[in-house]
Design a protein around this ligand. Structure first.
Ligand SMILES: Nc1nc2c(ncn2[C@@H]2O[C@H](COP(=O)(O)OP(=O)(O)OP(=O)(O)O)[C@@H](O)[C@H]2O)c(=O)[nH]1
Length: 350
């Protein structure tokens, strides 16, 4: 492939050579070594009777194919020289070397036909080199812009990461707080529904549970019984051993009661030294049997230093239209009966 270079597009070595041969203006070069081109120029020079053209070589391989028109050729204006090259193109064809030179011939023909000033034409054909600084500046600007974009994006991403990290920490702290809150709520709920001394259901929770169980019993047409338990001679225990020993008796008795019932039964502390047990799906007879078993179990306790302690129990059952109050009254009557009959026993009232 052949090309024309203006001075500005030539290498330093080429420019020097040109200067030495001043005022030569243009340099016809090929990127490949081309003997046919040399021959072509030689032939043309001979036919045009142009003083011998001069081929200048340098140590630089790049310039090996640089063909300079000798200083004598400056007598011919570049345009007219080019025109003559075109004129002799046919002759070049005749000597069989033109085909490999067709790119050169095409360029020359275009220049001649368009009647374009060679300077302009050649400058146009080397737009890249002539606008080198423009392209370089554009490239640098684009590179700077991309670097800036990358930098801002990276910075943004870093800031987001840090924000995310911060949010993660806050989120974790919130989750911890939520967990603590949940645990406290659970504890509060437990405290509000259980007796602090015995850990049995308190009266409030027991009342709520009775309502649910009563509804269930009505729905399933099942029996529901109630035990009212009162410790015997508890005042004497307190008086003899002290209030804290009395508390201990209440705590241990609560454990005995829990052990005697099923998991579906609800044991509560009604108040003072009184306990209450709700027995779902239990007849009055079975409830009375359980009450007697409880009396025996309480008696079997050996609490130091009180040792023997007993309780009395009143038993009743829910009938149609009953509420906790009405059943409680009958159970209390039965309890009174048990006390009256000598304590440490169970009595029932339908
Ligand atoms: N240690 C302790 N004593 C309590 C508690 N609640 C009530 N008492 C006591 O239980 C005693 C109940 O006494 P009373 O109602 O006279 O009944 P009692 O002595 O058991 O006699 P009977 O019921 O007839 O067998 C009182 O002395 C109350 O102070 C408590 O939580 N802890």
């Amino acid at each position: 492939m052949f090309s024309f270079h203006t001075h500005s597009a030539l290498s330093t070595t080429q420019a020097k050579i040109l200067q030495a041969n001043s005022p030569i203006k243009y340099c016809l070069t090929s990127s490949e070594t081309s003997h046919s081109f040399e021959q072509y120029i030689g032939e043309l020079s001979r036919k045009l009777a142009i003083p011998t053209q001069q081929r200048i070589k340098s140590q630089n391989d790049d310039v090996l194919d640089c063909m300079l028109l000798s200083p004598e050729l400056t007598a011919i204006a570049p345009n007219s020289f080019i025109q003559q090259l075109v004129i002799y193109q046919d002759e070049a064809l005749a000597i069989g070397i033109a085909p490999s030179l067709s790119p050169v011939a095409d360029i020359l023909a275009n220049v001649a036909n368009n009647n374009v000033d060679t300077d302009t034409r050649f400058e146009e054909s080397h737009w890249f080199f002539d606008y080198f600084w423009f392209w370089l500046a554009t490239f640098v600007l684009v590179a700077l812009f991309l670097a800036y974009r990358y930098y801002t994006l990276a910075l943004h991403s870093l800031m987001l990461d840090s924000k995310n990290f911060e949010l993660d920490l806050k989120n974790k702290a919130l989750l911890d707080l939520q967990e603590q809150l949940r645990a406290r709520n659970k504890k509060l709920e437990y405290l509000s529904t259980h007796d602090s001394l015995t850990s049995l259901a308190n009266r409030h929770f027991f009342n709520e549970t009775v309502l649910k169980e009563l509804n269930r019993a009505v729905r399933h047409n099942s029996q529901l019984s109630l035990l009212l338990i009162d410790m015997d001679n508890f005042k004497a225990i307190n008086d003899t051993y002290g209030h804290s020993e009395g508390d201990k008796v209440l705590i241990e008795t609560a454990q005995v009661l829990k052990k005697q019932v099923r998991s579906i039964d609800i044991v509560g502390r009604w108040g003072g030294e009184e306990f209450i047990i709700l027995l779902p799906n239990t007849s009055l007879k079975d409830a009375t049997m359980l009450a007697n078993r409880i009396c025996e179990a309480v008696m079997e306790q050996n609490i130091t230093p009180v040792q023997k302690i007993s309780c009395s129990i009143g038993v009743s059952r829910f009938k149609d239209g009953d509420s906790l109050d009405t059943v409680f009254i009958r159970a209390d009557k039965a309890l009174y009966e048990a006390k009256a009959l000598g304590k440490n026993r169970a009595e029932s009232l339908e």
